[in-house]
Design a protein around this ligand. Structure first.
Ligand SMILES: [Mn+2]
Length: 502
């Protein structure tokens, strides 16, 4: 955070023009020619998708007619976004790490889901981290850090708003304004992100540059830079958790309706999705709504099963904000509002593992110690219940690990703009890394007794429990950002009862 206030000229952000008075959406001549006055000049238009064989031709006179009669759209410059100074500090840090080298970080393009329909667009995380551009990123945008003296000059290239002299706005289903909405102008984006902007058409790869899509050292560095969150990011994580908490509350409030549907798990997914779309940008990952024995399938996202009284339902979901930061939270609920004694025993064992892991979190410990601490509880509990062929002490030794039959996944992963954040960081900075204030990660132990596991008594089979919270490392310990979502068995029962009585 202190870097924000430092006078640093490592990255020279070039002069922003027209920051006070952004012109009309219709681009000036220079931009028009750069963006291409002919829609077919754009890469997107080169290969129109399946619409070509059903499109009615426009007569030659039509372009002139539809190109006229439009009001100017003078725009007030949008304010600088909160994240802009933080993104500038991140670019300075990258500049210092790669002096004299041209750096290219791409937002990525749209991806086809089928035929002429795309997946919802989602910008590359490193690109978003460096630019502060989130859910509204223009596809195919490219950030370039060009060496300039001791530092770099940062320029954001993207496909700007097209003028009415182009046929793009009405005739191009993939990028045209009438089809998918207007793009921002270069000046608008420059004002919002505090970055110098240029048309995408002006961007070309150069020999010797490092491209984050292909250079592993650059990609790794960007991943490692993201391990410690700045003040903006921590606030985003708090917001993402708050929105996610509301989504979980929506689910609990609707438990009676959920049980009535043959695909109750889908109802759960839909309820959470509605909250994610209304409060945030989307879900940060596919929601896991796993009722009954489905809870034993770690990444159950088919979500097509019923939600039956007497069972537990495991819900693992997170709201991704427009800034692209996401929460990642799991709660396991008794569908009818009350844990059976066996369910409660398993649930509270998992909670004990989570609480033990959380208790040791502070700057200076190793990330892997969190997992080891949670697993020691899992080993002790499963040994106490007579499930292990060895003692708990024997099980936790590296050459044994029998208890992991019931929890094969890790306890923690970093969290941020990606749900599994910093995935390209080196093992010595991740698993073997030492905790620092500002790190955000999950603690998510579980116990999963497969329905056909002959090593466990019948009453345990088909029970799956996970409790997942989002943890911030503070100066002298840790804060559970999701502590306000009911966690203990008693709290969870009271939560459901509160809604049932309402
Ligand atoms: Mn997780």
């Amino acid at each position: 955070m202190e870097a924000m206030n430092e006078e640093s000229d490592r990255v020279i952000e070039s002069e922003l023009t027209a920051a006070e008075a952004v012109g009309p959406v219709d681009a000036p001549e220079a931009e028009r020619s750069a963006a291409g006055s002919d829609a077919t000049a754009s890469a997107d238009a080169d290969t129109p998708r399946a619409t070509a064989n059903r499109a009615a031709n426009f007569p030659a006179s039509f372009a002139a007619y539809i190109g006229s009669g439009w009001a100017d759209r003078p725009l007030v410059a949008p304010p600088l976004r909160d994240q802009a100074p933080f993104a500038a500090a991140r670019r300075r840090r990258l500049s210092e790490a790669f002096p004299g080298t041209r750096i290219v970080v791409r937002a990525g393009g749209r991806k086809v889901r089928s035929n002429d329909t795309d997946y919802p667009y989602r910008a590359d995380s490193a690109f978003s981290w460096l630019t502060g551009w989130g859910a509204d990123t223009e596809p195919d945008a490219v950030l370039v850090l060009e060496p300039a003296g001791e530092a770099h000059l940062a320029t954001l290239h993207f496909r700007p708003a097209a003028g009415r002299d182009s046929d793009e706005f009405y005739a191009n289903p993939e990028i045209g304004e009438f089809w998918i909405g207007a793009r921002p102008t270069l000046d608008q984006v420059a004002a919002e992100l505090g970055l110098s902007t240029a048309p995408l058409a002006d961007f070309a790869s150069r020999v010797g540059e490092l491209d984050a899509d292909t250079d592993t050292e650059l990609a790794r560095t960007l991943s490692e830079f993201r391990l410690v969150k700045d003040e903006y990011e921590v606030n985003q994580m708090r917001e993402a958790v708050a929105a996610t908490a509301t989504g979980f509350d929506d689910i609990v409030a609707d438990l009676p309706r959920i049980q009535q549907h043959a695909r109750g798990e889908r109802v759960v997914e839909g309820i959470f999705y509605t909250r994610a779309r209304t409060e945030g940008n989307a879900v940060g990952y596919d929601t896991i709504a796993a009722s009954g024995p489905h809870a034993c399938i770690l990444h159950w996202t088919r979500n097509d099963g019923p939600v039956v009284p007497g069972d537990l339902i495991l819900i693992d979901a997170g709201v991704e904000l427009p800034s692209l930061y996401t929460a990642d939270i799991t709660r396991t609920l008794p569908v009818d509002g009350r844990f059976t004694p066996t369910q409660r025993m398993v649930y509270e064992a998992v909670r004990e593992a989570a609480d033990a892991a959380f208790a040791i979190v502070q700057p200076g410990i190793r990330f892997s110690e969190i997992h080891d601490t949670a697993m020691a509880v899992i080993a002790r509990k499963t040994a106490e219940w007579g499930l292990l062929p060895v003692t708990a002490e024997e099980a936790v030794s590296p050459e044994n690990q029998q208890h992991r039959r019931y929890m094969v996944h890790g306890t923690s992963h970093h969290l941020g703009i990606d749900v599994h954040d910093c995935a390209k960081a080196r093992r010595e900075l991740y698993r073997e890394g030492v905790l620092e204030p500002g790190m955000v990660f999950t603690i998510e132990p579980g116990l999963y007794f497969q329905p056909d596991d002959l090593t466990v008594p019948e009453e345990l089979r088909g029970i799956g429990v996970r409790i997942e919270d989002d943890i911030l490392v503070t100066a002298d310990g840790a804060e559970n950002l999701s502590a306000a979502i009911p966690r203990t068995a008693d709290e969870v029962e009271a939560w459901i009862a509160r809604h049932a009585g309402a």
